[in-house]
Design a binder for this molecule. Sequence first.
Ligand SMILES: [Zn+2]
Length: 250
Amino acid sequence: MFYIGWCRHLGDASSYLPTLIQQVDYYAILTLVSRDYKSMHDRADIEWAPRVSLAKIRALYVREASGICDDALVDEVGFSLLWRCESIIEFTEAVKGWVKCKRCARSGTTTFIERKLKKPSEILRCPTCAWHVRWRVYVAEANKKGGRLEAGHALEAFQRYAGTFPGCSTPKERILAIDRLIHDFHWILLEEGKNPEPFKPAGLNLLQGSTTQVLELLEELAYGDNPAPELKAVQEWWQSQKPIARRQGR
Ligand SMILES: [Zn+2]
C-alpha cells in the first residue's frame, strides 16, 4: 500500500514530464524507498535481552530469606538472566567474527555469517535467508540495550549458567544457579603460573546499574537466618574476595 501511494502521488505530480524521465524517477525513487524499508526491516530483526533490574534481584532474595517461595519471581528472574547470558554469548561470538543470523533464529534455525573484513562498514549477508546488516548498525543496536554485551573475562560463568539453568528442575536449584551466576567475576591472570584474580563482578553485564550500585547490591543481599548451605558458602566466598575493581574504587 505504501508503494502504491507513492506511485500515485508521483504520477499526478509529474504527468507533464517526458515519459523517459518519469520512468527513471520512478525506478530511482522506488529503489531508494525499497532499500530503506528493507534496511529498516533488517535492523528490526535485531533483538538483545536487556539487563535485569536490581529491584527484582533484591525482591527475590528478600522473599527467599523470609521463607516465601515465589516460584513465579524465581522463573522471571532466572529466565531473564538466561536470555541475557545467551545475548552476551551471541554478541561475544559476533565480535570474534561469527554473527548469528537474527532472521533465521526467529524461524528456529541457526546460521552463522562470517565477518571477513572486520570493518565497521562491512555488510553481513545471510546465505540462507538474505537478511543483511552493516556491522556498525549491529553494534549500535547492541549499545541501545545499554551495551555490556561482551563477555570479557567472565565468559565461562555465562556459558555455565546458559548450560545448567534450563536443566534445573526445582526453584531451589534455580536460585542456586542464579546466586552463583551473579556472584561470579571477570577473572584475569596477572602473572603466569598464578591463580586468576577477580577483576569485577560478572553481574555488571547482567544487572542494571553502575559498578557501585551492583557491588552494593551484591554485598547487601539478604540470605535470612537459616540460608541453604550452598547459599551461605557462596556468600562467604564472595565476601572473602577482593576484586581489583573494588580495590581501585571502580
Ligand atoms: Zn538467515
